[in-house]
Design a protein around this ligand. Structure first.
Ligand SMILES: [Zn+2]
Length: 475
């Protein structure tokens, strides 16, 4: 019996075999007598656990023929759980939990990869250096568990690699509560598992005391880079960590991370709260619906960047009347000219949406972005654009959008930068700010009860005086 079981590899084989055994036994019963029936019942119960183990993926064992008629089938879930452990003793089974434990032990590495638009499973596998023959095998194995057409951007894949680089397995969660995995057997074949188990979200509180620079102190306190970026973004427009931070200032953060039941972290950590004490000033920001709000539910009022470049420019021509360097007569200069080396990255002056991207007469290569508050910003004489941008793309303040050039009517590499308010050009060095938004009553309530749930000090922050947005120094 046990020799037979060892050979059983697949579900259907196992079912058929167990049924054949049952049939054999039944024939025996026909020939022999009631004395044997007692023995038979016993045998049935012994065979049953092995027959039922793989049926967790099989919805109806009846489709293969006569179902196994025993009272135990009325409670199949209990049977699976109670008896499923038994074969493990003789032949250890692979499981995603074991693999995740091996990750924790440092024997296997886990790589998280979030599916992007245009990605395919085959592409992701090739990215993980999986040989082409294995890629197809894995895809076919996963296809047994899910319709691969339902793979969509945003799904998180985990790839597990052995020390020598071979793929030990992979998993994906089509739902928060369901994990599907394909694991490599010792003989090189692939087995699939479907498992329920919720992703656990963990919150962690950290504090950074500034010694010299913010980034340096944060790294020393083991704050990951992605969180450092989120902290500066949360206080963008109100506090400049490169110039305003002082030794002794404190940054208090709450960070959320996601873990599989086996304790493998997936996705990137998210900043939920940042509190900054700098001298007498205090700032408290809570992340809510992809934006940062103060305790009263307001976003920060933000100035448009005056020099939207990744390098310090020389002002080669100011806004207003001037003699044009090429045309040699007085014209109105609709923007500012910022001289920097060719290919210096150009950044968006504020959050917004690309309205124009392409050549525009004497402007050469050109981008215009629409912002809130009736503002638009335009960037001319560019050498090139960031590859993925097109009309309708959303960009964030300070995000690279293009590279400085000298296309169109231009005497040398520089950025011609314009700001428009309600369709009219305004001085880019003027006081151009996009007002804050305030959460409405219902949203505000939801936001505040959430903020209180993650930070017990929220009420104190709400009662405290929230400092006004500090005035920035003029250019
Ligand atoms: Zn200009």
């Amino acid at each position: 019996m046990s020799k037979l079981l060892d050979k059983i590899q697949t579900l259907s084989q196992q079912l058929k075999l167990s049924q054949r055994i049952m049939r054999d036994r039944l024939q025996l019963i026909n020939r022999q007598f009631a004395l044997l029936i007692g023995l038979m019942v016993l045998l049935c119960f012994m065979t049953l656990p092995f027959a039922l183990v793989p049926t967790q993926k099989e919805e109806s064992p009846a489709e293969d023929g006569t179902p196994i008629e025993t009272p135990d089938l009325t409670e199949p879930e209990v049977v699976h759980e109670d008896l499923g452990d038994e074969p493990v003793e003789s032949q250890p089974e692979l499981s995603i939990d074991d693999l995740e434990k091996r990750v924790a032990a440092g024997e296997v590495t886990a790589t998280t990869r979030v599916m992007q638009k245009g990605d395919s499973l085959l592409g992701l596998l090739s990215e993980q250096n999986v040989p082409s023959n294995e890629r197809m095998e894995i895809v076919e194995a996963l296809e047994l568990l899910m319709n691969l057409k339902s793979l969509r951007p945003g799904l998180t894949f985990l790839f597990f690699h052995e020390k020598d680089g071979t793929l030990a397995g992979m998993s994906v969660r089509p739902k928060e509560t369901e994990s599907l995995s394909v694991l490599r057997e010792k003989d090189g074949s692939w087995v699939t598992f479907s498992q329920t188990g919720r992703i656990e979200t963990k919150q962690e509180r950290m504090q950074v005391v500034i010694e010299r620079t913010f980034a340096g102190s944060a790294k020393k306190a083991n704050v990951p880079n992605s969180i450092i970026n989120q902290i500066t973004a949360a206080l963008d427009g109100e506090f400049d960590f490169s110039t305003d931070i002082r030794p002794g200032d404190t940054v208090d953060i709450i960070v959320e991370s996601k873990e599989t039941p086996g304790g493998v972290e997936i996705g990137t950590k998210q900043l939920l709260y940042v509190g900054l004490k700098s001298g007498k000033k205090e700032f408290h920001k809570y992340s809510y619906n992809n934006a940062f709000y103060d305790p009263k539910g307001r976003t920060t009022e933000k100035m448009l960047l005056k020099k939207p470049l990744k390098a310090r420019p020389r002002l080669s021509s100011p806004f207003g009347r001037r003699r044009h360097p090429i045309l040699q007569y007085e014209i109105f200069h609709k923007g500012v000219d910022l001289a920097v080396p060719k290919n210096t990255p150009v950044t968006a002056a504020a959050d917004g949406t690309i309205e124009i991207i392409g050549r525009k007469g004497s402007y050469g290569k050109y981008i215009r972005i629409g912002h809130k508050g009736g503002y638009q910003s335009a960037y001319a004489h560019l050498n090139g654009y960031r590859q993925d941008l097109k009309v309708g793309s959303k960009v964030k303040r300070g995000e690279v959008i293009a590279y400085v050039g000298t296309t169109g009517r231009s005497t040398g590499p520089h950025l011609h930068f314009e700001v428009l308010k309600n369709g009219k050009v305004v001085n880019p060095f003027g006081n151009n700010k996009i007002g804050s938004t305030q959460l409405t009553e219902f949203e505000l309530e939801k936001f505040q009860s959430w903020a209180e749930s993650i930070n017990p000090e929220f009420k104190k922050h709400l009662a405290g005086k929230v400092p006004p947005v500090p005035k920035r120094k003029p250019f």
